[in-house]
Design a protein around this ligand. Structure first.
Ligand SMILES: [Zn+2]
Ligand SMILES: [Zn+2]
Length: 208
């Protein structure tokens, strides 16, 4: 697979960032059965439905749609116009049964204290993930991406981050949705599928 900027590939693609480990608590394998999908603030309902449907299809977990939560403005980073994903994850992980994990979706631009932006962030083997629609809408030349492409990216990010919560980590197999993407061009090249090893791990984790 050709990368848009091969010089940066070592840094952007194969780096296994530590941010996914932040805030996560080790959880024994449990009877994980549901993903609660929640819009954080007012969002495009189609986008939320597409994320939910794809998680159900690829991860094999049932979806529970719940009414939107308030916009997580407590996470605003002063001077950056972005939201820090960490406090949002903390909020999303509260009051959950062991059989359920929660995915929050926001239109805000997400970042971490040590990373200028993220498409999503998850507690590996934890309880919650959050994904952002913000950067997925960017097309070439600063235009808006076609709706189909946007929804495809959203589905990939939603599956990737939710899989982290189940316990899957980053993968070096190029034909795998668990590859780490920092660039949209790379995300667009990823298949909507797990490599055989990650697929086996997914099954083990949810006892499918
Ligand atoms: Zn990841
Ligand atoms: Zn893989």
């Amino acid at each position: 697979m050709e990368l848009s900027n091969p010089d940066k590939s070592e840094l952007t693609v194969w780096q296994v960032p530590v941010q996914h480990r932040s805030g996560s608590e080790e959880r024994p394998l449990t009877e994980l059965r549901h993903v609660e999908v929640v819009a954080l603030g007012k969002l495009d309902e189609l986008a939320v439905s597409v994320a939910a449907a794809n998680i159900q299809a690829l991860l094999g977990l049932k979806i529970r749609m719940v009414p939107p939560w308030a916009d997580p403005d407590y996470a605003v980073v002063p001077g950056r116009g972005q939201y820090n994903a960490i406090p949002i994850l903390k909020d999303l992980s509260r009051d959950l049964e062991d059989s359920t994990l929660r995915l929050g979706i926001t239109s805000a631009d997400l970042c971490l204290p040590f990373l200028s932006f993220v498409y999503g962030e998850a507690q590996v083997n934890g309880k919650a993930a959050v994904i952002s629609l913000h950067r997925l809408k960017s097309g070439p030349d600063g235009k808006t991406a076609p709706s189909e492409l946007f929804l495809q990216r959203l589905a990939k990010v939603a599956i990737h981050e939710t899989a982290h919560v189940i316990g899957l980590t980053h993968c070096r197999e190029q034909g795998c949705i668990m590859c780490f993407s920092l660039e949209l061009e790379f995300l667009d090249e990823l298949p909507m599928a797990f490599c055989p090893e990650c697929e086996q791990e997914r099954r083990r984790r949810i006892r499918a």
